[in-house]
Design a protein around this ligand. Structure first.
Ligand code: 6R9
Length: 658
């Protein structure tokens, strides 16, 4: 074997059959296989059908697909014309959904609820589109948005889409510096912000960050400020800042706003992903392909139906919220729920209380949330009526089988399908995932490639590896939702995604495929640990730790070792009522040794009250690696950390150990 394969040690073998549902888009494994085969053999025909079925076109395309991954250049539906806001709003006014709830917004306080019908959302969007036009925004101009999870965020996005101005949303938890860099990179002239964020009963200032950032953003001329946290006093800059509510009340913004006619490949939005090194990349998506893809995956992967209430708990500041709170559900004319608060406030049953309150049908969240709620104990899930739930989903990280089992039993009542959706900001929508009424479920597996996705696992020479051998997860053909570039930097686009394996999209994740063809994501390739020449992914070792009843969360990294090259350093967060002790530490090492083998046994184990995570809940192993190596002088870019405080705790914990 070459030294560039990733070895798998996992022994997970549980299998759960999906429920049947005669109305499902894809109703059996055989049907999936048939559709999948067809989608690969006749890719253009497959996507042309879907684009035709799902979207309303002002003018049909001339060519379904033109592509060359070596340039790289990807064009879907070129020659076609349409408008994304028209597809998400206007057409629903005529197809019987005018008075249907498009968006249900639940604020942090239980009594704060706003419901926007399609008509109401349409009218707000038109009005704000007119505000933007008055500010001089034209097709192609970028608009940056830095808002909490409030309805104005969705309104602003759709207003941008309506007039053809690409939006660039910056998650409201990011710092002034992170905001500054993103604003300057996309070159926005108008910026939209809020006064403060309501979070767990506190108001976290937002406007001061904007002001700080804008000191070094010469391009921004005007700022629209939403009064997002009533009671919070924000300073307004004379001549630059205006209030959202005042602009929206002006007479001349009423009376509708025509949709700009957009080419399929005009940019729709820019969204920055922070790689582990270097400055963030402005991934951009275009109109027709992205909307086709998000609508399609929403329909097939969530089996989203007209009467459903769809709740994706992500923040709109990251791609999951873009695709599965706003664009996908609204393109389908569904009802999307948007929640401003956090899962543990005022109590760890907040999500379940909201599920009951709105009779949520589709529920989509992240493993980090599931682990956090699992840690709080089962009592929080028990007193809520979750009987309207129909499909559960997860995204963001590999889900540890134990967390999957908890989700399945406690939330899914041991009968609901769970779709473990593997995808990236770059892919626009789900690319590997089970289908709720077709795919038998294996806890921890992202399952199988969706139709139209030619995914493979290859070794460093580009050769496909055999069953259960780990390697690089790549996609060999384009799909409509894929990124079209890195904003202002096509060199980086090529270097990051198409240079490693020419002619192929490289995801940067490691994975293996089992004998049934299921993909198991093993973690980021950058995080692979090399123990005595054996390359191990992080996910399996972490899952083995999480399988121990005392553990709620774990992260492993490599640290230099004289003999083995690298050894495993594990950070372990215990469940609420567990005490840290040397015995437990030994027990956990023995447990990993027994579960997956001696090779994976951690050399050092540090109990950690919390792990460093990105704002979207992903563990930042890069920082853990530095701490394990004792090299904490330069931790690199920590601006995307959710809670910078945990780093200091970890450094102190490390000092006590070593
Ligand atoms: C949608 C999103 C992308 C990275 C991706 C992978 C990890 C996402 C996953 C998963 C295992 C899943 N990831 N979903 N790993 N199973 N179901 O998260 O986009 O923020 O760009 O992150 O997240 O490592 O490469 P993004």
């Amino acid at each position: 074997m070459t030294d560039e394969k990733i070895e798998s040690l996992s022994k997970e073998s549980r299998l759960f059959l999906p429920p049947t549902n005669p109305t499902a888009a894809v109703g059996s494994q055989e049907e999936y296989e048939r559709i999948y085969r067809r989608s690969i053999d006749d890719m253009e025909g497959f996507w042309a059908e879907r684009a035709d079925e799902l979207l309303s076109w002002e003018k049909k395309w001339d060519n379904v697909l033109e592509w060359d991954f070596d340039v790289p250049e990807i064009k879907w539906f070129s020659g076609g014309k349409l408008n994304v806001a028209y597809n998400c709003l206007d057409r629903h006014l005529e197809n019987g959904r005018r008075n249907k709830a498009a968006l249900i917004w639940q604020g942090e306080q239980d009594q704060d609820v706003k419901v926007y019908t399609y008509q109401m959302l349409h009218d707000e969007v038109c009005r704000f589109a007119n505000v933007l036009k008055k500010k001089g925004i034209k097709k192609g101009d970028r608009v940056s948005i830095y808002l909490p999870m409030i309805p104005e965020l969705a309104v602003a996005m759709l207003a941008c889409a309506r007039i053809g101005a690409p939006h660039s949303i910056v998650f409201a938890g990011f710092s002034a510096n992170a905001l500054r860099d993103r604003i300057n990179d996309c070159g926005s002239k108008v910026h939209i912000t809020g006064t403060a964020v309501n979070r767990a009963g506190r108001q976290i200032p937002l406007k001061p960050n904007t002001d700080e950032a804008l000191k070094e953003c010469p391009g921004v001329e005007q700022v629209v400020v939403v009064d997002s946290a009533p009671g919070y006093q924000a300073d307004m800059v004379e001549g630059r800042d205006v209030w959202w509510h005042e602009e929206m009340a002006e007479d001349d913004v009423h009376g509708g706003c025509p949709c700009e006619s957009m080419e399929s490949e005009d940019p729709l939005f820019i969204l920055y992903t922070s790689g582990s090194t270097g400055k963030p990349k402005g991934v951009f998506h275009t109109q027709a392909g992205y909307l086709t893809y998000t609508a399609h995956t929403c329909q097939w992967v969530f089996d989203l139906k007209d009467d459903d209430v769809h709740w994706c708990t992500a923040d709109i500041g990251w791609v999951t919220g873009h695709s599965y709170i706003v664009y996908g559900p609204l393109a389908l004319g569904a009802t999307s729920l948007m929640f401003e608060g956090v899962p543990t406030y005022p109590n760890p049953d907040r999500y379940w209380q909201i599920c009951q309150k709105f009779k949520v049908n589709i529920f989509y969240t992240a493993p980090t949330v599931i682990r956090a709620l699992m840690r709080e104990g089962d009592q929080w899930t028990q007193n809520h009526d979750l009987s309207n739930l129909r499909v559960l989903g997860t995204v963001g990280e590999p889900i540890n089988p134990e967390a999957w089992m908890w989700y399945y039993k406690q939330i899914g009542n041991s009968k609901l399908p769970i779709v473990d959706t593997w995808w990236q900001t770059e892919t626009g929508g789900h690319v590997i995932s089970g289908l709720p009424y077709a795919t038998p479920m294996k806890p921890g597996a992202a399952s199988t490639p969706l139709p139209g996705i030619d995914a493979a696992i290859i070794d460093k020479d580009g050769k496909e590896v055999g069953p259960d051998e780990g390697g690089f997860l790549v996609i060999r053909k384009p799909w409509p939702g894929m990124l079209r570039g890195v904003w202002g930097n096509q060199e980086r686009f090529k270097a990051t995604y198409f240079a490693g394996f020419p002619g192929t999209y490289e995801s940067g994740d490691g994975a293996r495929r089992d004998e049934d063809g299921y993909f198991w994501i093993m973690g980021r390739v950058d995080d692979v640990i090399n123990v005595s020449g054996h390359r191990l992914g992080t996910a399996e070792i972490e899952s083995a730790l999480v399988a121990h009843p005392a553990v709620s969360e774990a992260a492993v990294v490599g640290m230099p070792h004289e003999v083995k090259g690298q050894s495993i350093y594990a950070y372990v967060t215990l469940k609420g009522d567990e005490d840290e002790s040397d015995e437990l530490r030994k027990e956990l090492v023995t447990h990993v040794r027994k579960e997956i083998g001696p090779l994976a046994a951690p050399e050092i184990m540090q109990f950690a009250p919390g792990l460093p995570k990105t704002r979207s809940g992903k563990i930042m192993r890069r920082i853990l690696r530095k701490i394990a190596e004792g090299d904490t002088s330069n931790l690199g870019d920590t601006s995307t950390l959710a809670d910078p405080g945990v780093v200091q705790d970890l450094i102190e914990g490390n000092a006590d150990l070593t």
